[in-house]
Design a protein around this ligand. Structure first.
Ligand code: AVI
Length: 322
């Protein structure tokens, strides 16, 4: 696989963000993108197969079941870009359906080189599909992909797995608008988003019995220990999943179990934590199906179709740029 990458800037960016986020007054928060180092990405793969976490299976079921119909609704010829390819497993259904009618270029856009490699391994053997990876942030990568096509070619952008849920609602809508400005009229966006469901199901999905999600969350402290020489005692924090009914979001927190001061030499700070104080590490917003359509319209898209899984409320929404 050919890969376009940017110079590494992650470590210093991480250090700076840790310093800013953990030394500010009030609720401490770290951006959820930092959960995904190599260990975190492997733990996330494990989360995806947990019995409590129905989201990934629902996404895959919908794509398997409706790939033919999705592809039939797309213009021809078309190239495919995916924002956050992950391992690429779910994308297989779309690429296989497309390859029955045309040779297809597939551009996974992903900041993790190991995820790009896994994606190439998973999807590299599909006939008539060529893969060119972009090791870049989503919008930068999408701009580069959109620029390289010729006048006749349309683009299908895949934004699956409910990654939109990790933006707050306004930022999610802003992101869709940004994507739309990069696209040409008639290009498409397939958006996978997790839907509102009973609170007990959500709490179990984000605080599973085996403790994989807990390990995924605590790994952020371990990552600061590894990369920034921090002195976090992982046993002095616990994972907590909370549901905010008003905001319709799951929150992941790391709760300090005692009063403590932690040195983080690589970030040049020594944050203090009171007992019970938390570091908020992720939000996962849950949507109503029609809310996704309204949001997409405000972002410049025309809703073409929507499919909802029957076992685990999750929606696949096909949008066309106007
Ligand atoms: C990647 N993202 C959509 C997942 C989610 O459900 O918000 C991340 C995750 N966090 C805990 N479990 C899964």
């Amino acid at each position: 696989m050919l890969t376009h990458s940017l110079p590494t800037r992650h470590v210093s960016e991480f250090a700076q963000c840790v310093r800013e986020c953990l030394t500010k007054a009030g609720q401490r928060e770290l951006p959820s993108k930092y959960l995904y180092d190599e260990v975190g990405s492997a733990l996330f793969e494990a989360i995806c197969v947990l019995p409590e976490y129905g989201l990934t299976r629902a996404d895959a079921r919908l794509l398997e079941k409706h790939a033919g119909e999705i592809v039939a609704r797309l213009p021809f010829p078309i190239e495919v870009a995916e924002l956050g390819s992950g391992s690429g497993k779910k994308t297989r259904w779309i690429l296989e359906a497309l390859s029955q009618r045309q040779r297809t270029y597939y551009y996974p856009i992903e900041i993790s080189p190991s995820a790009l490699a896994a994606c190439e391994k998973e999807l590299g053997q599909i006939d008539l599909v060529s893969i060119v990876g972009y090791e870049q942030p989503y919008l930068e990568g999408l701009r580069a992909v959109a620029k390289r096509r010729d006048d006749r070619e349309h683009l299908l952008v895949l934004f699956l797995g409910s990654t939109i849920g990790n933006f707050d609602r306004a930022a999610g809508e802003g992101f869709l608008r940004e994507v739309c400005t990069i696209l040409r009229t008639g290009d498409a966006l397939l958006l996978g988003a997790d839907l509102v469901k009973p609170i007990a199901l959500l709490l179990a999905a984000y605080d599973d019995a085996v403790g994989v999600t807990s390990a995924f969350n605590l790994n952020l402290l371990a990552r600061m220990n590894r990369e920034l020489g921090a002195g976090f005692d992982l046993a002095a924090f616990r994972h907590a999943a909370r549901y905010d009914v008003y905001e319709r979001r799951i929150e992941m927190h790391l709760v300090s179990l005692r009063e403590q001061t932690v040195a983080i030499p690589g970030a040049g700070c020594r944050p203090q934590f009171a007992e019970g104080e938390t570091i908020w590490t992720e939000s996962s917003y849950k949507y109503q199906p029609e809310e996704l359509l309204e949001m997409a319209v405000r972002g410049g898209f025309r809703p073409e179709a929507q499919w909802v899984d029957e076992q685990w409320p999750f929606a696949e929404t096909l949008l066309v740029a106007e």
